[in-house]
Design a protein around this ligand. Structure first.
Ligand code: IPM
Ligand code: MN
Length: 369
């Protein structure tokens, strides 16, 4: 029998600490549920730069191409701030996304009941919240040419980036959003700035085309991205699936993260086109990043990384049942009050360590079988 293969790229900052807890959940699935993974570990970001002098080695990219799914921790850190642009840790992550053509980035913003008092917004605004942001991930201003910094003729400089989208790039990510909506509340809201950007006009027209021609059963609306940001904090429950471009999606998903209580709770999936066997190439990572200020202290919240692995079970391995089990175990841990410092409300209450949260999740998994 072919084993499921997983490439683990723990990366920088808190990446390795939170990934240790994910590895325990993977082991638990093998021991207790007979679902085994062939796990390969490698380097990305600053960790790769330290060893190879580049943030993503070609061998690692090859392993990523072969793996059924990739789990990534985080990339980046102040130690690498002065590196030239092309060598920065983040370039490793961007290269993985681009080379594997992982164009659809799924960022769910879910507010667990146990955390509804924790958001910076009022509990009634966020409790029961369940929205999905679909961010285009391999094009737009992140990759558009021309780009760069050049001298101008007044002794100053010009910084240039290009926002660029094609019909195909817009339609394929729109399809991902519509398909997800069909399995949820059947509503898609597309966000751009068609009032000031031609690429936004194209975005709006192409998303509408996909809706009219391929998903007439799904309710489609459009919003300018600035108004969308405002609506996300005013009344987020009006949304089901949001689809937007790379840069707006980066921003809006960080805004949405705070609705769920903490950036330490948010998983993500980056999916490519479905392959012959029906499974897309895919990379799963927590949204929180490397958090250098708390790295190495054993206090980071491992929930987002664990929930990212649950997304891998759902989208890459067709094990929605085990994904549900893990999500419930995480939710129990939170409601039992076992929380890292990012989720502690009461002054003087003792925060749990990364390991203690992992212990509790494993304990809750044990109880679920
Ligand atoms: C994210 C991050 C990345 C991005 C960085 C680390 C390159 O902020 O995944 O949201 O801007 O896409
Ligand atoms: Mn971001």
């Amino acid at each position: 029998m072919k084993m499921n293969s997983l490439l683990i790229l723990a990366g920088d900052g808190i990446g390795p600490e939170v990934m240790d807890e994910v590895l325990r959940v993977i082991e638990w699935l093998g021991d207790r549920r007979g679902i085994r993974f062939d796990v390969v570990e490698d380097l990305v970001g600053g960790a790769a730069y330290d060893v190879h002098g580049i943030p993503l080695h070609d061998d690692t990219l090859e392993k990523a191409r072969k793996a059924d799914a990739i789990l990534l921790g985080a990339a980046g850190g102040p130690k690498y701030d002065n590196l030239e642009f092309g060598l920065k840790p983040e370039r490793g992550l961007l290269k993985l996304r681009k080379e594997l053509d992982l164009y659809a980035n799924l960022r769910p913003a879910i507010c667990f009941d146990a955390l509804s008092g924790f958001s910076s917004l009022k509990p009634e605004i966020v409790s029961g919240l369940n929205i999905m942001i679909v961010r285009e991930l391999t094009s737009g201003v992140y990759f558009g040419e021309p780009r760069g910094i050049t001298p101008d003729n007044e002794g100053g400089r010009i910084g240039v980036n290009t926002q660029r989208y094609t019909t195909n790039e817009i339609r394929r990510v729109a399809r991902t959003a519509f398909e997800l909506a069909r399995r949820r509340d059947n509503r898609v809201c597309s966000m751009e700035k068609a009032n000031v950007m031609e690429s936004g006009v194209l975005w709006r027209e192409e998303v509408q085309w996909v809706g009219d021609n391929e998903f007439p059963d799904v309710e489609l609306s459009h919003m300018y991205a600035d108004a969308g940001g405002m609506q996300l904090v005013r009344w987020p429950k009006q949304f089901d699936v949001i689809v937007t471009d790379n840069l707006f999606g980066d921003m809006l998903s960080d805004v949405a993260a705070m609705l769920s209580g903490s950036l330490g709770m948010l998983p993500s999936a980056s999916l490519g086109a479905p392959s012959a066997d029906g499974c897309p190439k895919a990379l799963y990572e927590p949204v929180h990043g490397s958090a250098p200020d708390i790295a190495g202290k054993g206090i980071a919240n491992p929930c987002a990384a664990i929930l990212s692995f649950a997304m891998a079970l759902r989208y890459s391995f067709d094990r929605g049942d085990e994904a549900d089990r893990i999500e419930v175990a995480v939710e129990r841990t939170l409601s039992q009050g076992i929380r890292t410092a990012d989720l502690l409300q009461v002054k003087g209450a003792k925060p749990a360590s990364t390991r203690q949260v992992g212990d509790s999740v494993i304990g809750n998994l044990d109880e679920s079988v």
